[in-house]
Design a protein around this ligand. Sequence first.
Ligand SMILES: [Zn+2]
Length: 149
Amino acid sequence: MLQIIKSLSILCIVSLLVATICNHFFALSFQGVFILCAVVQLALGWFFNTYIQYKSTSQWTQQQTELITQLEQEATMAPCAYCGTENLIPVSPTQDNDFECVNCGEHNAVYVNITVAQKTVPLDVEPYSVSNHNTSLGNQSSTKQADKE
Ligand SMILES: [Zn+2]
């Protein structure tokens, strides 16, 4: 309420000032200039407000998109240590990755384990192909089981 009164006061003061100056120096109608100035200020205020709203909305959307993209790149599914429910958690190497389970609400600590392995290079040879299907191995084991029984 106070904000509306303040805005209307500023609008009236500016309109009064412009109308007085135009009336005094250019002999224009005081009421006409006052109304015109008030309407122009209202229109400019509406455009400015709409622009700020649009800008903040698009900025918020962009931030959300960046956050989701970052989350998709750095997040992983991990089971809760208490109830075993899978949780989507962000994993960062620079900070604690503790999380609260979405199912039971318990706090879980996350330990990141780094494993190293040798890189392998595929050989440039023909892939193996099966030329003989020897099914006697499977039959031998089944016959041994039959002998025990
Ligand atoms: Zn849980």
